[in-house]
Design a protein around this ligand. Sequence first.
Ligand code: ZN
Length: 122
Amino acid sequence: MEISKEERHILQHSLGGREMYRNHFCTNEDTVDYPACEKLVEKGLMQRRKAADWQGGGLIYNVTDEGKGVAFDNDTPAAFHTRCNDCGKFLKKKHWVSKDHSWKKHAVCGECLSGYDGPEYY
Ligand SMILES: [Zn+2]
């Protein structure tokens, strides 16, 4: 899923960061965030509803499950282990390991990997 930096920022902001302790984004048609929110709705990553008057009106966006999936699917090196854990060599992007990967704790290059036995590392 291709999303812009701004769209990703809105998804992450809506969720309160990686902890995802919340899920809403309040805005209205007059804000700079509005077009990006609408794009996210079009992509199925957010849902829009109208805020009640007692909530101050405007629009409330909620991130869908799919949106949660891509919110932190980040391409920035900061979110990845980009170097081999053994030799320190900088790795090709396809070998980067996400820092929140459920079981891969670090990245290893092909050469160092060949020294490992057991289950496939990548
Ligand atoms: Zn290595």
